[in-house]
Design a protein around this ligand. Structure first.
Ligand code: IPE
Ligand code: IPE
Ligand code: MG
Length: 242
């Protein structure tokens, strides 16, 4: 008999993942780096489906950072090709699982072919009710805050006055205001840094680091992170009532 699926007393509403370690996973196996990215794309499917099944509301995955353009052209070309293939191939799975797809980042700087796949996937999955899955593409956290500030300034110019600015008001200018709070931030691959991911959104996120490379991060590893999250005491600067 298969083991009963675990239940968690508290589930994060929004999980964000820095999917790191694809290249090292491949190198360790004597494979070219792109094999690691292919394996990583399979992990995206597993983790996305499991999060939706568990009832997580939002899953944001760091797929390509604004800094990743520094990589060799060959690797970037492969990643963009993989992204197109992933989006086209994943639409039936997203539909089957009721997952809405979105993307954040400076998307207009991506190629028209990639943009077209993003738009198509967004449009087809728009009404899906179960979970929102967001890919961060050409994304940088500082860039997002600067873009939000630019939008805010543009609004002020149009209105001829500077609107009242609070944190909640500013968050409306983020790429996806509905994703403005991250509850659990996971980074695979063994490094302990945020690499310019969701700087505003993670201000009170619980952090979970694992040495596992992203292609090896499976359902048991996700459950381990969720089990630990459920035990955390989130004080938000306050005190726990005892
Ligand atoms: C993460 O894996 C995927 C992307 C950044 C696109 P890496 O490609 O960074 O893999 P490592 O960190 O070099 O092992
Ligand atoms: C972070 O991984 C970006 C993604 C997972 C897309 P990197 O491999 O680019 O980050 P650094 O260079 O180790 O900080
Ligand atoms: Mg890396």
């Amino acid at each position: 008999m298969p083991a009963a699926a675990p239940t968690f007393s508290t589930l994060p509403r929004h999980i964000a993942v820095i999917m790191d370690g694809n290249g090292r996973w491949a190198e360790l196996k004597g494979l070219p780096r792109h094999k690691g990215h292919e394996a990583g794309a399979r992990t995206v499917r597993t983790i996305t489906e499991e999060c939706a099944r568990l009832g997580v509301g939002r899953l944001t995955l760091y797929a390509f950072s604004a800094e990743n353009w520094k990589r060799p052209k060959r690797e970037i070309d492969f990643l963009m090709k993989l992204l197109k293939r992933y989006l086209a191939g994943e639409r039936p799975t997203l539909m089957k699982n009721g997952i809405r797809f979105t993307a954040i980042g400076r998307l207009h700087e991506l190629s028209p072919e990639v943009l077209a796949e993003i738009e198509k996937t967004k449009a087809i999955t728009r009404e899906n009710p179960k979970m929102t899955m967001t890919l961060a593409l050409n994304y940088g956290g500082r860039g997002e805050i600067v873009d939000a500030a630019r939008e805010f300034a543009g609004d002020a110019l149009r209105r001829g006055k500077v609107p009242e600015l609070t944190e909640d008001e500013f968050a409306k200018y983020l790429y996806d205001p509905a994703g403005a709070e991250v509850d659990l931030l996971i980074r695979t691959g063994g490094d302990h840094r945020v690499s310019n991911f969701l700087l505003w959104e993670s201000s009170y996120a619980e952090l979970w680091f694992t040495k596992a490379f992203w292609p090896d991060f499976g359902i048991p590893q996700l459950h381990e992170a969720l089990g630990d999250f459920a035990k955390r005491d989130r004080r938000f600067g306050g005190l726990t009532e005892r």
